[in-house]
Design a protein. Structure first.
Length: 341
């Protein structure tokens, strides 16, 4: 059996094992018999509700979001040709946060006149629209009348993120105590409100988007040689860059609109695999999706159990893991540069 097949099998088994562990884990203990009865629609109604309406949708959403964030992180690193890049560089996160805060602060004014389904999902819709809007602005600033320049896009992303952050800060300054609490919890990320509707919305976007990103794996490999060399190999560079940006914005926008801000997944998972597998995006994209799904499943299970019956925001856990890893990467790169002098 080849290394790729072994790794695919191993990551798939890890994902299934974490799904099984996640069904058992939580503030309400379930034994094997109770779980089996609940899965078959027998036993106590409370346990059936807990399994089918709370834990299973939450676990599936965690896997979908983790996979989506990781695969877009790998694609972004390929686009920018930088292993320390992540989707926040194209303005997705800052835009989502700005529009989510606008909705949270102005909900009393904006929501009453809207349909009921918009009232229920107002923050998620606003975050998704914000993610796409700011990405479109960054793209237009970088593209202009000529071809898309990745370095210019990076600078535009930083500028737009700073502006969005400033406006967000002004809104937070004017918010009430209850609004400030809601904003804080949204920015920390959570899977606590997961339901089947969210799973149905997120799954096709992440699966389809992940498929199209994987189709551009060869092009991302060619980008490692430089854009001019990629063009000589027959790749339509600008079209591929535009495709990667659009799918990244869609995937990340959907994911964070449903869960709030969850950081570092798109950074640490692809880079961890890159240290082991190298820079072949034909392997890196697929395996990043699988490992990212497992990582967020493990983080969510820990978030539900470490302070049970309370729940720790999942963004805190991913930051506790991701920030030290990011610092290690920086120190590692600094050591390499020092030794190469």
């Amino acid at each position: 059996m080849s290394l790729d097949r072994k790794l695919l099998l191993g990551l798939s088994l890890l994902l299934v094992a974490l799904l099984g562990l996640g069904i058992f884990a939580g503030a309400y203990d379930l034994d094997a018999a109770s779980l089996w009865n609940a899965l078959l629609g027998r036993g106590e109604r409370l346990e059936q509700f807990l399994v089918w309406e709370v834990r299973i949708p939450r676990l599936l959403l965690a896997a979908i979001v983790g996979g989506g964030l990781a695969i877009t992180g790998a694609a972004t690193q390929g686009l920018f040709r930088n292993p320390l890049a992540e989707p926040t560089l194209i303005g997705v996160t800052s835009g989502a946060m700005l529009f989510a805060v606008i909705m949270l602060v102005l909900s009393a004014v904006l929501l009453p006149a809207m349909p009921k389904w918009v009232q229920q999902a107002g923050v998620s819709i606003a975050a998704f629209v914000g993610a796409l809007s700011t990405t479109a602005i960054v793209y237009r600033l970088a593209a202009g009348r000529s071809r898309l320049n990745v370095a210019t896009m990076l600078l535009a992303g930083i500028a737009v993120a700073a502006l969005a952050g400033a406006i967000t800060g002004l809104l937070i300054y004017q918010s009430s105590d209850s609004q400030l609490r809601d904003i804080t919890f949204w920015t920390l990320g959570s899977l606590g409100g997961a339901n089947w509707t969210q799973v149905v919305v997120a799954l096709p976007v992440v699966v389809i988007g992940g498929y199209f990103l994987c189709r551009d794996a060869l092009a991302l490999n060619a980008f490692l040689l430089g854009e001019k060399e990629a063009e000589k190999l027959g790749f339509r560079v600008d079209r591929i860059k535009r495709r990667v940006i659009i799918w990244t914005a869609l995937l990340v926008g959907v994911c964070i609109s449903l869960t709030g801000l969850i950081g570092f997944v798109g950074l640490i998972i692809p880079h961890l695999l890159r240290l082991w597998l190298g820079t072949d995006y034909r392997r890196l994209l697929l395996f990043s999706g699988l490992l990212g799904a497992s990582f967020l499943l493990a983080a969510d299970t820990l978030a539900r159990t470490v302070v049970a019956p309370a729940e720790l925001p999942i963004g805190i856990l991913t930051a506790l893991v991701g920030a030290p890893f990011f610092l290690w990467l920086l120190l590692r790169e600094r050591s390499k540069n020092f030794l190469s002098l």
